[in-house]
Write a protein that binds this ligand. Structure first.
Ligand code: HEM
Length: 397
């Protein structure tokens, strides 16, 4: 019987639900030695913690697995605490101010305006691939349209897209997952090159504003935001757009193929997206720090402890989602999952993420109605503490 999470093994990301069910039942506040955190698994507890930022703080919560060596820290200098002022990593009142600024770029009108561009990116990709009859969904279909859309939203010129993509991956690894010392130094080099690039982009937009996120945020420097905050926002949103949406899309396509639900009729797409997010979420949860001692279900979480709010478990909580391991394309309350978080840090890109997932399923379903797995190819997930995404998915049509 499994007694703890094990980030190094496949079941942790691919199929943790039996374990999570037992935790919800028997140990709803679970101390995980492996994660070095208390884990909340019941829907009501996860929601209550998200809704209580005074007791469950976000300050520094994103940089949990940072384990940089002295040499790496020296190399990074003042940038060693990168992300310290990122919107998801701070509490009010800083959060309130940052969130207000970021939200200016995600108005419903601005998001809706991206649909056409995203549709076109998907159509163009398929124009190139369709005749081939097979592809790796993850590397050849799922990522490209989202990466290009995000680059345009931010204002990265097309010629720089590949450069930015390579460096975004590097800094994410450096700050959010433990790395051996030599690799840290390599990643630190890459990160400094990337920071320099973002700095130059900000300087270029300060001089000559365009219709993009970087220009809008740059115009707020001095009034609402600091230069550092703008650089962190741009860097992190490039990452948010590059990775989470394609991961969720891959999970959704895998699920729909397995359930024999491909292609999804257009009128069912919005709810199918929610049910796919609920049952195979691309985010596994959010970390917080307990500000005071918190006692719940007879367990005291000491002040200062790291706490994982397991949205992955909450999305499978049988008291909210009956028969939770069953995929129901028309499940009435599928959208009540918290895969986009909840409360003051609720994902600012949720509408944009949903728009991309719906558009992609619609276009792919219409263009590749006979999509199926390539028999015999293994299905593997990337190893991760906080995200669920496939490493590869061989498909044919
Ligand atoms: C399916 C795709 C996505 C998933 C599953 C996802 C998930 C999440 C989650 C769980 C949070 C809450 C973090 C916390 O409470 O600690 C969050 C926050 C955030 N997300 Fe997303 N996200 C997605 C797409 C995006 C996109 C496309 C963008 C931007 C283009 C974005 C930008 C952000 C930002 C800036 C925050 C911080 C908000 C705040 O702290 O107030 N996300 N996301």
């Amino acid at each position: 019987m499994i007694e703890d999470f094990d980030v190094g093994s496949d079941w942790h990301v691919a199929a943790p639900y039996d374990f999570l069910r037992r935790l919800r039942q028997d140990r709803p506040v679970f101390r995980s030695e492996h994660l070095g955190a208390y884990v909340l698994t019941r829907y009501a507890d996860v929601r209550a913690a998200y809704g209580d930022p005074r007791r469950f703080s976000s300050k520094g919560s994103l940089t949990i697995s940072r384990s940089l060596t002295r040499e790496t820290k020296e190399k990074l200098g003042e940038h060693g605490s990168f992300l310290s002022s990122f919107v998801a990593n701070v509490d009010p009142p800083d959060h309130t101010r940052l969130r207000r600024s970021v939200s200016r770029a995600f108005t419903p009108r601005a998001v809706a305006a991206m649909e056409q561009a995203f549709r076109r990116l998907n159509e163009e990709l398929l124009d190139r691939l369709e005749a081939r009859g097979r592809a790796d969904f993850v590397s050849e279909i799922g990522h490209e349209p989202s990466i290009k859309l995000t680059a345009r939203f931010i204002g990265v010129p097309e010629a720089d897209e590949a450069f930015v993509q390579a460096h975004v991956k590097d800094w994410f690894q450096l700050f959010l997952s433990p790395q051996p010392p030599d690799r840290q130094l390599e990643l630190a080099d890459s990160f400094l090159t990337y920071l320099d690039y973002v700095d130059r982009l900000v300087a270029a937009r300060a001089k000559d504003p365009q219709d993009d996120f970087t220009s809008l945020m740059t115009s707020l420097i001095g009034a609402e935001l600091t230069h550092r905050e703008v650089v962190e926002l741009i860097s992190t949103i490039l990452l948010g757009g590059n990775d989470t949406v394609p991961n969720q899309l891959g999970n959704a396509v895998l699920r729909l193929l397995r359930e024999d639900a491909w292609p999804v009729p257009p009128e069912l797409v919005p709810n199918a997206v929610e049910e796919c997010m609920r049952i195979d979420g691309a985010a596994l949860g959010s970390f917080r720090y307990a500000v005071t001692d918190v006692t719940s279900h007879g367990v005291t979480i000491p002040a200062g402890s790291l706490v994982l709010l397991s949205t992955d478990s909450a999305a499978h909580d049988e008291s909210v989602f009956p028969d939770p391991e069953r995929f129901l394309i028309d499940r009435p309350n599928a959208a009540e999952h918290m895969v986009f978080g909840y409360g003051i840090h609720f994902c600012v890109g949720a509408a944009l993420g949903r728009l991309q997932l719906r558009t992609a399923l619609e276009v792919l379903g219409r263009r590749l109605p006979r999509l199926r797995f390539v028999a015999g190819e293994p299905i593997a997930y990337r190893r991760s503490l906080v995200g669920r995404g496939l490493a590869a998915l061989a498909v044919e049509w």
